[in-house]
Design a protein around this ligand. Structure first.
Ligand SMILES: [Zn+2]
Length: 250
């Protein structure tokens, strides 16, 4: 699979021998930008198409984000809500030795009015808890959680028949416009922000990228493979669209 990077937008190029002249641009369910191109189109031509449609691409991404929950830029102060594994946690900033502690509310407290929907609190302790420092500490914490949770979920898929030789190389990256990617040589990148979404959606993105190890495209065979291992992948894909706003802020 070819990939092009133009102004922070990653584009997957799908060469199609039946296409003669037209170049098609669109999104796949996981939020990848897909470019359908004739076999003989040059990289310069493809890049020109992306640059020409850059504003449209960004508008499309924005409209998906607008349909989803509105999320304001965080200020990293106590009382703010944070997302973690698809649940809301209240941020508590405290002075102290550097640490991040998750405290889940017990089931009884969760029954009190006004507290429902909030799973608990995430306490950030720092010697000097200025908002920028809290932001940096939280980002580091999300990254640590992402690495450990993604590793567990990848291990969960290890029984897939095409992974008998072992799991592929993978890494996490903070990305703005996509949840994951799979390079032509089979290296998987997972968006660190996925740690803010439920496990079932993390699984969906991981499976999507793992299926690319078999089919490096978004062909019928690719989606057939997805459906064989995750019959409700389309529901999960729609659900994931609702989490687009978590990509807006770090
Ligand atoms: Zn894909």
């Amino acid at each position: 699979m070819e990939q092009l990077q133009v102004q922070e937008i990653t584009v997957e190029v799908r060469r199609n021998s039946r296409r003669k002249t037209r170049i098609g641009l669109g999104f796949d369910p996981a939020g990848h930008v897909i470019l359908d191109a004739p076999v003989n189109a040059t990289l310069d031509e493809l890049e020109a198409v992306i640059v020409e449609h850059e504003r449209w691409l960004r508008r499309r991404l924005e409209s998906v984000q607008k349909d989803a929950v509105c999320v304001a830029a965080p200020h990293y102060v106590s009382g703010e809500l944070l997302q973690y594994l698809g649940q809301a946690f209240e941020l508590q900033v405290k002075e102290g030795a550097s640490a991040v502690v998750v405290r889940e509310r017990n089931a009884q407290l969760a029954l009190f009015p006004g507290l429902d929907g909030i799973r608990g609190e995430i306490q950030v302790r720092l010697v000097n808890p200025a908002p920028e420092a809290v932001a940096r500490r939280l980002k580091r914490w999300y990254l640590q959680q992402a690495k450990s949770v993604f590793a567990q979920r990848l291990a969960h898929w290890q029984s897939l028949p095409w992974l008998s030789g072992g799991l592929p190389s993978w890494r996490t990256r903070f990305m703005r416009s996509q949840w994951g990617s799979c390079s032509y040589d089979g290296i998987i990148a997972l968006n660190t922000h996925l740690i803010k979404t439920p496990l079932r959606l993390i699984d969906y993105v991981i499976l999507h990228e793992l299926c690319h190890l078999v089919h490096h495209d978004h062909s019928r065979r690719f989606y057939g493979l997805m459906a064989a291992h995750m019959p409700d992948w389309q529901d999960r894909s729609k659900e994931l669209d609702g989490f687009m706003p978590v990509l807006l802020h770090e």
